[in-house]
Write a protein that binds this ligand. Structure first.
Ligand SMILES: [Zn+2]
Length: 399
């Protein structure tokens, strides 16, 4: 019995093409695959329902009890995702993606409409799941303010979203310093936006200037954050990073120095980043985090001290559970077991009585070995029961 997994970054609509479409660099990938898919959710609510039901079920079957979901630009399909997560009993943070520039004309809204629709979705989430209070149990669905990333959001929109986050005291999420071309584009835009400055600012400074780097903010990736200054800024704000190791191999071309950042006190959790990452499994993401740390160590010609770079299965398990809870600022409610917490839990089993487990346990294995085998070899076949807020929400697979 262990805490359920917390996936800090999932694009729910992109589940439609997860497992395909990893052949373009980030900005082309958005134009070619992402925007057309997300736009379809506006035109075809039945399709939205089918995909959202599939992604919520699949994540639950993989033991993800909390997910931070990017939905789409349009508020109607966002409501469908809220309804499905609520009905299936998955804890979810759901965000309406905001874009008011540098997006296709038929998949872009005005600044005012982005703000209005974000407020509409927040109200709908409160109406569906209740509002958070300091004493009651945590509502199952929480709102999250979601500018897609700096290039698609004007300064006016970012400022208004920062104000909304303050008014509602709610979570914020976005992408930060993900790829070389994105970082460059953000800087160029910022230089134009700010007029009199000689050089555009880093993503971290831009987000911070609009009040978006808060202690309830989860930024994805961060692999190109400027060492020290940007990281110190995130640390001082209590802003966390969603580490998306598999996606970073495909779209970032760089590895997050996760271990070093953990040692410095930056808050970090783990994510699948569907569909930049193909697997819905946090166990898979945890393994990718270990592999990524090894790749980083090799890239540094193994000069660096292993203890500053390499993650093992225990670090990765922490990132997938309590690290995620700390990143959300919800460590007193989820991510571990203490009296009074929400009991978001999974039963992991290595038992092979039905011949379906990929794990084999021998008499020479002690309990630590079994746990390590579950972390390194396990998959959804080993996740036997899933509980959220004490309720059994196990997805029955029909195999
Ligand atoms: Zn993403």
């Amino acid at each position: 019995l262990c805490p359920g997994f917390i996936d800090l970054h999932v694009h729910a609509p992109q589940f439609a093409f997860a497992g395909t479409a990893t052949d373009r660099p980030l900005l082309q990938w958005l134009e070619t695959y992402t925007f057309p898919t997300e736009r379809r959710f506006r035109e075809d609510l039945k399709y939205a329902q089918t995909v959202y039901h599939a992604v919520v079920s699949e994540l639950l079957a993989n033991g993800t009890t909390t997910a931070v979901y990017f939905a789409t630009l349009d508020v109607e399909p966002c409501r469908i995702l809220v309804d499905i997560a609520f009905k299936q009993g998955q804890r979810a943070l759901v965000g309406k993606v905001c874009m008011d520039r540098n997006a296709p004309t038929d998949y872009c809204h005005s600044t005012e409409q982005n703000i209005r629709d974000t407020e509409t979705l927040i109200a709908y989430i409160y109406q569906t799941a209740g509002r958070r209070t300091s004493t009651g149990s945590l509502p199952l669905i929480l709102p999250v303010i979601t500018p897609r990333f700096i290039p698609t959001c004007t300064p006016q929109l970012l400022r208004a979203l920062g104000d909304l986050a303050k008014v509602h005291s709610c979570h914020v999420t976005s992408h930060i310093s993900e790829s070389v071309d994105e970082v460059e584009w953000s800087r160029q835009l910022d230089q134009v936006d700010q007029k009199n400055i000689s050089e555009g600012r880093s993503d971290a400074i831009v987000f911070d200037s609009y009040g978006l780097l808060t202690d309830q903010c989860i930024m994805a990736h961060g692999v190109y954050l400027q060492d020290d200054s940007d990281w110190a800024l995130l640390r001082s704000r209590g802003t966390s990073i969603a580490h998306c190791p598999l996606s970073n191999f495909f779209f970032a071309g760089n590895v997050l120095p996760t271990r070093r950042l953990m040692q410095r006190g930056n808050r970090i959790g783990l994510a699948t980043d569907i569909a930049g990452g193909s697997s819905p499994s946090m166990l898979h993401s945890a393994r990718m985090a270990v592999v990524a740390s090894r790749a980083l160590h090799h890239h540094q010609n193994t000069q660096s001290n292993e203890d500053d770079v390499i993650l093992d299965y225990r670090h990765a398990f922490f990132l997938a559970t309590l690290g995620g809870a700390e990143s959300l600022g919800l460590q007193d409610r989820i991510g571990t077991f203490r009296v009074g917490m929400e009991f978001d839990a999974i039963i992991l089993s290595a038992a092979n009585q039905d011949g379906r487990s990929p794990i084999h346990v021998f008499e020479t294995d002690n309990v630590g070995d079994v746990f390590q085998k579950l972390c390194v070899l396990g998959d959804d076949r080993n996740i036997r029961r899933v509980f959220v807020q004490g309720k059994d929400v196990t997805v029955q697979r029909t195999r």
